[in-house]
Design a binder for this molecule. Structure first.
Ligand SMILES: NC(=O)c1ccc[n+]([C@@H]2O[C@H](COP(=O)([O-])OP(=O)(O)OC[C@H]3O[C@@H](n4cnc5c(N)ncnc54)[C@H](OP(=O)(O)O)[C@@H]3O)[C@@H](O)[C@H]2O)c1
Length: 284
């Protein structure tokens, strides 16, 4: 039986949606911390189990009879490492064989605050746990682009502190499809996969696509970190969030999210969504 954590969130729920295309609901379990958010999963016959990542005994209980766990990483600005350690230890105690972990893409050794440190520590902990592991180094979601540059088509320019850095954006639903495929196929024991888009795009590329789609010139202006943070704060973001968003710019500038891999494309059996397709369907 396969158990997916974070099943009330985007990636976890979408992974279950894809699992259901090939796997009977009776062979799928979902870990949620709030049962009232999981009624649709229950209606589909999924075995919904309740535990918070901070509740070790509940995790051990929830993992009974499970062979594979997809650990959807905990959210930033929480004690991610403690939560991940609990999940891994509970999986060992409950007799789980194989744990998949959703980490972040790392094409360079840039360390993204709140994200990379705990991912690196989790990966090391998982590798030492004795569980069979598969590490999914997920690319930056296309769906996160709006946080960085806004959700409306820019009037005349995009300001972002990424320099010429590129991001191999990936649609979350395509990550979910690839994850479901990995969970239901063999050959992934103790493997690490970068699940990125097949092409990486700079913010100048993004501005160019916006210009082409909007039919007017839209330019990319590199920003320093401080003015970008100030601009986001002025737009209503808490300073801690604005700083976090700026750090994604620093990560992009350092090439952390730029590497491309054909793994996602092979798992999907087609080209992943391109920048132009994403912008066209989301912004226009
Ligand atoms: N690659 C990227 O661009 C990117 C972007 C954003 C996030 N991420 C990472 O990828 C993960 C999955 O992304 P997503 O978009 O699916 O995030 P999401 O929609 O926020 O879903 C997170 C899921 O984790 C569950 N969760 C959080 N803390 C938990 C806890 N203490 N115990 C049990 N469950 C807990 C949430 O439960 P509730 O529904 O109860 O809140 C939710 O189901 C995120 O958590 C984050 O680590 C990656």
């Amino acid at each position: 039986m396969i158990l997916v954590t974070g099943a009330t969130g985007g990636l976890g729920h979408q992974t279950i949606d894809f699992l259901l295309k090939t796997t009977p609901a009776t062979k799928i379990a979902a870990l949620v911390r709030n049962l009232s958010k999981a009624t649709d999963l229950m209606k589909q016959g999924i075995d919904v189990r309740q535990a918070d990542y901070v509740d070790y005994p509940a995790l051990v209980q929830a993992f009974q009879g499970i062979e594979k766990v997809l650990l959807v990483s905990a959210v930033a600005f929480t004690d991610r490492m403690r939560q991940h350690r609990n999940v891994i230890d509970a999986a060992v105690q409950a007799g789980v064989k194989h744990l998949f972990y959703t980490s972040i893409q790392r094409s360079t050794d840039f360390v993204m605050p709140e994200v990379t440190e705990s991912d690196l520590a989790t990966e090391a902990y998982l590798k030492a746990s004795g569980l069979v592991y598969t590490i999914l180094k997920n690319g930056y979601y296309f769906e996160g682009l709006g946080y960085l540059i806004g959700n409306e088509v820019p009037d005349t320019e995009i300001r972002f502190p990424a320099g010429d850095g590129k991001i191999a954006f990936v649609k979350r639903t395509e990550l979910a499809a690839a994850t479901a495929s990995l969970l239901t196929s063999e050959g992934h024991d103790n493997q690490e996969y970068t699940l990125s888009g097949s092409e990486a795009y700079s913010f100048a590329d993004i501005a160019r696509e916006f210009s082409s789609l909007a039919g007017r010139p839209i330019a990319y202006q590199n920003s320093e970190l401080a003015p970008y943070i100030a601009q986001k704060v002025a737009a209503g973001f808490p300073e801690v969030v604005a700083t976090f968003l700026a750090q994604w710019g620093a990560a992009a500038k350092a090439g952390m999210l730029a590497g491309t891999s054909d793994t996602l494309e092979r798992l999907l059996g087609r080209k992943p969504t391109s920048l132009r397709e994403y912008l066209q369907t989301t912004y226009f």
